[in-house]
Structures are given as C-alpha cells and as structure tokens.
Write a protein that binds this ligand. Structure first.
Ligand code: ATP
Length: 446
C-alpha cells in the first residue's frame, strides 16, 4: 500500500476528464445514455497511445505474434460452438421491493444494496447483445455483437497459419470493440456495455501451456510497470476453480487498485484446446497444426492475455493523477495553490510537448510556429501549439493533460536562438539551443 493517502478520487478523475476533453458523457445534449461515454480530443489520443504501446510490444516487436482485424458480427454458429450462447452468463438477482437488478457475485448478502429489500433467487442472464441483419427481424437474421474479440482469432487460425507459415508457438492478436449486456455497468469507463479489447491468442504445444501461461502473466504485468503504473497498485489474482470461465483451465487477473478498490484490468487465461476443438467439431474444418518434427497433427493449447483498453486507460489516468502545493512561475500557480498534474508516461501522454510562445507577438509567433512545424514534421512527437491565455494558465492546462514537456519561446529566444524546456514533474527549466531541440526531446521522451 502507498504510504500517503492518494489524492485521487473518481469524482476528480471524472471532472478532469470532462474539463480537459478526455471523456464526455455519451449523447449528453439528449440527457445522455446510461453508461455510454465518448472520448474527447485528449481521450482519443490517450486511448490510441495505449493501443499503440500494446501493439508495439505484443505484435510488432515480436517475431512470434501477428495481427488480425476480424468483423465484429460473426456467423451465429461461432457462438454456439464457443459455448457463449449456452454459457456466457452472469447470475442476476432482482430486489423484490425496488426491482433493481444486481450481479449475484457482486452483492455480499441476500439484501438489496439500494433499499435493503429482499433479493430473489439468482437466474443466469446471457450477456450477448443481439441484433438483426437485413430487413426482416426473424431468428434466421439474428446475429450477436461479439462479446470478446478472441473468436475472430480462432476461426481464422487456419487462414493465418497457412498465410504466414508460423510454427508453434505463435500468437494472433487483435484490438477492437466488444459488447456485453452487463447487468450493472458503472464506475465510469471501467464497466460499459460497449468497450474495446486488446487480446492475443498464443498457440503452444500441449504440455508447454503452463510454462507459457506463467511467461505471459509476468510479461503483461511488466508491461504496465514499464509504462509507468506503480507496482504497489498492481497485483495478480489467480481465479478460484469455481469462478473460471467455461473454457479456462487456469486464469490469473492483473488487478489495479482503483479508488473503489482492487478490480480486474486484464485476465490471462489458459484456454486449453477448447476453442479450436469446438470449432473443428462444429464447422468440420480441421483446426490443427501439423508438426513436421513428429509428423503428427496437434491441436494447440492457447494462452490468452485479454485486456480492456478503457480499463487500462482509466488505470493510467488514476495512477498518474497527482496534486501538489507549489508556487512560482514554473508551476503556473500562486504560492500555496494546488497544482493538478497527470504524471503520465511519455508514451501514454496525449501531448508530449507543448510549444508556448510567451505572448502573441509579431516577432515571437513566427519563430514559435516554425519550431512547432519542425517538430510536427519530425514525426516522432505529439506536439501542440498554444498561445492563448497567460503562460501560467497554459502550464496548468498542459500539466492537467499530462504533457511531459513545455517548450517556451520568449524574447531572449530571438537573440540567443534558445528556448526553455520545462519539465512537468521536476518543474526544472533548462535553456536549450533550437538546433539541439530534437535531440533534447529524444533524451527526455525516450
Ligand atoms: P469482469 O469480471 O470485470 O466482468 P471479465 O472477467 O468478464 O471481467 P474478460 O472476459 O476476462 O472480463 O475480458 C477481458 C478484459 O476485457 C477485462 O479484463 C477488461 O479489461 C475488459 N472488459 C471486460 N468487460 C468489460 C466491460 N464491460 N467494460 C470495459 N471493459 C471490459
């Protein structure tokens, strides 16, 4: 546990997200749609960075993982075979008095958390959202919005293997939207009915699955730490036998200490050969791997790291949130004022460097604009230009969106061809020659 109480609360995160353009309530001008959220200019960058960091480490940097983008709507036979039609359910209980509904495994007693009334018996509720394709709403045209991206990888196992000639072990990864008719969505973007997943199915020789499971648990935990999440706010939680999904032999969750407590951010499951076998049986296609060494067909086992983009984004925001009492020009705050700052990792931060001319001025503006254009053309950085309001207010804004660096162009810059780099975390200000700016940024942003 952290030594000092963390300054972060969900109210502060939700309000910062609205104020600075990370996340807005969905369809707000129509009164909203419960638990639907829209990502604003900062949020979309943050989310994109989370996905890019994942794709970079899980796909691009590895020779044993390839990417895929499957359609969201799949043949309904997929969900029959995968067991989701029969088994992708949560236990639902309803209060006999106020009729509010809860997930039975989320309530602690048989009394209603809202009104204290008596809760009825649990019944299984299927989480898949259904819709109809074409003009006729009959059973023949019913399809499901995928509740996980994983099945896209399983049904394309042969296509990918044939196209890439990958040898075991190898993985297929995908990022995309999934949908679940959650009984109790909530906690901001933590649990919604429409969300985005980053999933990878890693196919291994049966017998090597336990080892690879351990490998991916470590690798995924490290990934969050490498991207700045504090270790003390992360923990691993192996599932008890009675909570395992219908396809899983073993699952370990990576949990994050959110303001309301520990909760799952990612699950790493050993899905065995369940899915490939089911699809082989149901489709008639032989979803196996021919092992040239033994001249035998094997049905690979699958290790699946499955994470949520929205949950990861929320964890990054919560973990980065800080407040400190500082005063002075560099802080952009008066003495004794509170500075709110997101200490986001440079790879995750929506803006990496802000170019700030001290004021709008016929001599400063062209220099600052030039410098900005040069950094944009460089292509390595996410840069913003801002010349509105006082410099202090601008520092505050860029602290609140987590920009690691501000580059200030002042009147002295006109004479000495230098600018000031202000560090978000240390508040140190350093003069750097404009020709050296690119390498100064590379040193600081990694
Ligand atoms: P929970 O127990 O919280 O309902 P789960 O165990 O059903 O989650 P998985 O099926 O393991 O979740 O899905 C993998 C990941 O997808 C989760 O770790 C989470 O990050 C994300 N995810 C799942 N459901 C949602 C949701 N309703 N909203 C946002 N993200 C979700």
């Amino acid at each position: 546990m952290p030594d000092a109480p963390r300054p972060v609360t969900m109210d502060k995160i939700v309000s910062l997200c609205k104020r600075r353009g990370f996340v807005f309530p969905g369809s707000e001008i129509y009164g909203g749609l419960a638990n639907a959220w829209d990502y604003g200019p900062m949020g979309v960058e943050l989310k994109r960075n989370v996905k890019e960091a994942w794709w970079r480490d899980v796909v691009r940097r590895r020779e044993d993982v390839v990417g895929l983008e499957a359609a969201i709507m799949m043949n309904p036979a997929v969900w029959e075979a995968s067991g989701h039609l029969a088994g992708f359910t949560d236990p639902l209980v309803e209060c006999r008095a106020c009729h509010h509904r809860f997930r039975a495994d989320h309530v602690e007693s048989s009394t209603c958390p809202d009104c204290g009334g008596e809760l009825g018996d649990a019944r299984q509720f299927n989480l898949m959202l259904k819709t109809f394709l074409g003009p006729v709403e009959d059973t023949a045209s019913a399809v499901y919005m995928r509740p996980e991206t994983a099945q896209g990888m399983f049904v394309n196992f042969l296509n990918v293997q044939t196209a890439t000639r990958k040898k075991l072990p190898f993985g297929i990864a995908q990022i995309g939207k999934s949908f679940r008719n959650e009984i109790t969505p909530g906690n901001f973007i933590f649990r919604t009915r429409e969300f985005e997943q980053m999933e990878m199915e890693f196919f291994v020789q049966p017998g090597e699955d336990d080892e690879w499971h351990d490998y991916w648990i470590r690798e995924r935990l490290d990934w969050y730490v490498r991207h700045g999440v504090r270790e003390e706010n992360l923990r691993l939680r192996p599932h008890d036998a009675d909570e395992l999904s219908h396809y899983s032999k073993a699952t370990t969750d990576i949990e994050y200490l959110f303001p309301w407590g520990w909760a799952e951010m990612e699950g790493i499951a050993n899905r065995t050969d369940f899915d490939l076998r089911q699809h082989s049986q149901h489709s008639g296609a032989r979803l196996s791997y021919f092992d040239n060494d033994t001249n035998e067909h094997v049905t690979p086992y699958v290790i699946e790291p499955a994470s949520g983009v929205d949950r990861a984004a929320l964890a990054f925001l919560v973990d980065a949130y800080d407040e400190e009492e500082v005063g002075g020009e560099a802080a952009g705050a008066g003495a004794g004022e509170t500075r709110v700052v997101l200490r986001l990792h440079p790879r995750i931060a929506p803006v990496q460097a802000a170019v700030l001319p001290l004021s709008r001025n016929a001599r400063l503006t062209p220099l600052a604009r030039d410098l900005f254009a040069g950094l944009v053309d460089d292509g390595r950085w996410r840069v913003e230009y801002d010349d509105a309001q006082s410099i202090g207010r601008r520092y505050r804004r860029f602290d609140e969106v987590g920009a690691p660096l501000c580059i200030t162009v002042d009147f002295q810059s006109l004479d000495d061809n230098q600018v000031t780099i202000r560090d978000r975390d240390t508040l140190l200000q350093e003069r750097v020659g404009i020709p050296d700016l690119s390498s100064a940024l590379a040193d600081r942003l990694g």
